[in-house]
Design a protein around this ligand. Structure first.
Ligand code: SAM
Length: 354
């Protein structure tokens, strides 16, 4: 690792000193702009991710492009203009959740088109000349991706889930003819699909009454699976106050977090893993998955990409030019995914167990 001075503002990060090496790891991530100065580690999973990400950062610390990017990100954290721009972006996103604009729907369509031009991902090639293909979108509203898939694969089967607008989700803007394929539900509550039987849910679980019965039949396969969900700040997750009784004590070892809503602490992981697990489980062998990811140098993100590379013919990473330009987000397009490969089956089991 380079002996580069650590940003003095980062010395606050890490809290009470009981976190051992993760304090130093967080300092490195603050220096390269992957964490904001003064960041407080939330929970064990995030601390472990930070610790391993710092190994990646040390590895690429000598690369000119990475150093330039780090410098830009660090300036971004310090700039009040940047704060204002992101604040305005958050406000726009929150307003969209209440009143989804056609603008966002069109934007998602443009992103899908761009992804398709670069990778050909949205045109399905199902087995057999008469088959039209099947598409599953796990976080579909307002519907730009699903509309693109249906437009490029005339007559295909389509199914989409999305958070209900009453729970803070986006509206379904698909044309009246296509609208019916989208169902509003919270995918993180798909307990039966994730392999948890009703009688396995502890009765004192804060969300016991919200878990859902099976929505995708076993052995039901899709040629194209879209995983574009991101956690919405407008979503009401309040009933999940406290810690679920099934959680291990390690999950929540930071005493600061005992009164926090468990869903606020873990929602990113819950949403990511439910999409990956159900998406890959129900992908036709040889099919395509389009997955929204964040921060390519984060350990967790790299592990996801590496995992797909083991059982896919091609894995393409694409940052759209029409959007996401000032964010860390990008898309992974995995094609020729052998979902029956033992590593794929093991990945689904692992994600379901998280
Ligand atoms: C960026 S938008 C997806 C846009 C979509 N790909 C399109 O083409 O229009 C993210 C979506 O994730 C959904 N979402 C977030 N949390 C969810 C959850 N727990 N269950 C289902 N959908 C969720 C949001 O409601 C929103 O529709």
């Amino acid at each position: 690792m380079k002996d580069t001075p650590i940003d003095s503002s980062s010395k606050d990060s890490g809290g009470d000193g009981s976190n051992g090496p993760s304090n130093r790891d967080d300092d490195i991530l603050v220096r390269v702009g992957l964490l904001p100065p003064g960041h407080q580690p939330l929970h064990l999973a995030q601390r472990e991710d930070n610790e391993k990400t710092s190994v990646v950062v040390r590895y690429v610390d000598d690369v000119d492009e990475f150093r330039q990017l780090s410098e830009l990100r660090r300036k971004g954290w310090e700039s009040t203009d940047g704060d204002k721009a992101f604040q305005a972006q958050r406000q726009r996103a929150d307003n969209l959740a209440q009143d989804v604009s056609k603008f966002n729907y069109d934007l998602m369509g443009k992103i899908a088109n761009e992804l398709h031009i670069v990778t050909g991902a949205f045109k399905m090639t199902p087995g057999g000349p008469k088959k039209k293909g099947r598409v599953l979108d796990l976080c579909a509203a307002p519907g730009g991706f699903l509309n693109t898939a249906m437009r490029l694969n005339s007559g295909c089967d389509a199914m989409g889930f999305s958070l209900h607008p009453k729970e803070g989700g986006y509206s379904n803007l698909l044309s009246p003819f296509r609208k019916r394929c989208m169902k509003f539900l919270d995918v993180t509550m798909l307990a039966a699909d994730m392999g948890v039987a009703e009688d396995e849910i502890p009765i004192d679980h804060p969300d016991a009454d919200k878990f859902l019965p099976r929505q995708i039949e076993q052995g039901d396969y899709y040629d194209l699976v879209l995983c574009d969900g991101n956690v919405l700040r407008t979503q009401d997750r309040s009933s999940g106050a406290g810690k679920p009784s099934g959680a291990s004590s390690d999950d929540n070892d930071s005493s600061k977090n005992t009164n926090k809503n468990y869903r606020d602490l873990y929602e990113n992981y819950r949403l990511k893993y439910v999409q990956l697990a159900l998406g890959l489980e129900h992908l036709q062998p040889g099919g395509t998955m389009v997955v929204l990811l964040h921060k390519v140098e984060m350990w967790n993100t790299l592990c996801t990409i590496r995992r797909f590379a083991r059982f896919s013919d091609r894995v393409h990473l694409h940052k759209p030019r029409v959007s996401h330009t000032t964010r860390s987000s990008f898309y992974m397009v995995a094609q020729g995914v052998n979902s029956a490969h033992p590593d794929a089956v093991a990945a689904v089991a692992k994600w379901k167990a998280v």
